[in-house]
Design a protein around this ligand. Sequence first.
Ligand SMILES: Cc1ncc(COP(=O)(O)O)c(C=O)c1O
Length: 434
Amino acid sequence: MTKLPRRSLLEGLLALGAAGCAASATATAAGDRPQARPPTDAWQGVRDEFDVSPAWIHMTGFLLASHPRPVREAIEALRRELDDNPAHALEAHEDPAPVREAAAAYMGAGAEEIALTGSTTMGLASLYLGLPLRAGDEVLTTVHDHYATHESLRFAAERTGATVRKIALYERSSAATATEMAGAIEAAITPATRVVAITWVHSGSGVRTPVRAIAEVVARANQGRAPGDRVVCCVDGVHGFGVEDATMADLGCDFFAAGCHKWIFGPRGTGVLWGRAELWPMLRPSIPHFGQEGYGAWLRGQPAPPTTANMMTPGGFHAFEHRWALPAAFAFHRRIGKARVAARIHALNRQCKEGLQAMRHVTLHTPIDDAISAGLVCFEVAGMSTAAVVGRLRERKIIASAAPYATRYARVAPSLLNSEADVEAVLREVRALA
Ligand SMILES: Cc1ncc(COP(=O)(O)O)c(C=O)c1O
């Protein structure tokens, strides 16, 4: 299938704001794609960096990234280097500093505060299983969190004797408010609470939690507590990471885990675990790190030093061409600009939510409010199962998904892969389901 003519990212960005939604009247190479005309708005240059099939409207970019051109090229170059001489490539890239520095620059954090992981799940598991929990301690989490958080916490509780309590932050997701969510955490913290485990953007409803306000609640609860009794505020950040224009300082949490292979468009199988510099020594690694701190001490027959972020990067050899290519993904976002990315994703999602909200046969479960939502839109269609909705959209060449939660809503996630015309096509097809 022929692709639309490629324009460079830079050209596309220079055109930002200049062009409207001028579309050619000719039929597109996208063939049976629902919209008849190719979108050539100002973001076309960004979309052209991706190799996703133009035969489909991709509304699930949040599941697993398609690598944009700079990331594909970086991976290819590194793969060639590894294939050419694996030992030399390992020596040349042994120092993880460039990858950690690129992540740190994007996150507004220190490179020494970042561990490199393979996914959100790996970051959460190594965090929760690494916390110094004891029998009698309580972990406070919510009913809205993902399987990866709940199961990592269950594993940690089984090993330590701590208990896990799950609370609801809101009754109806579409009506959730920041005050209500932070208040629910505040009311649930007890003297036994040691961990507050939350998710930035719930992938079952699209609700964005007020991480900063919750971190402030935790900070208030910590006033007067002995260091060993402190509550740590831990976040699964994956669906805000690469969407929102926020630094770790803005969020105010203690630990933050995210995969880089979703909204960041990083190499598949990459992720980060960030934590405040002073908190890393409390963690116990589960997987030995292949760096100087741990390995060096072992070689010298010395006790392992206090845990650092670097020591929480799981050792062993990995798909290194992917890990080493991660800086290209952060550079891609930073070239566009975090604020622009956030504004674009929010604008497309607003268009989608407002369209769905206006349909009488649709129940929108994601809040309309930009401050309580991000890039995910969850909804139900009266009289249809979620599987049937997703199936009908797929017949119309639109890829949506069913949220993998006990209550399964249909999900679409307008992203940098999409145009306003894509969102219109989704709305048209959902309208036709009435
Ligand atoms: C909220 C949330 N956390 C974690 C994950 C797992 O992410 P990863 O594939 O990076 O482990 C997902 C979905 O895949 C998710 O929706």
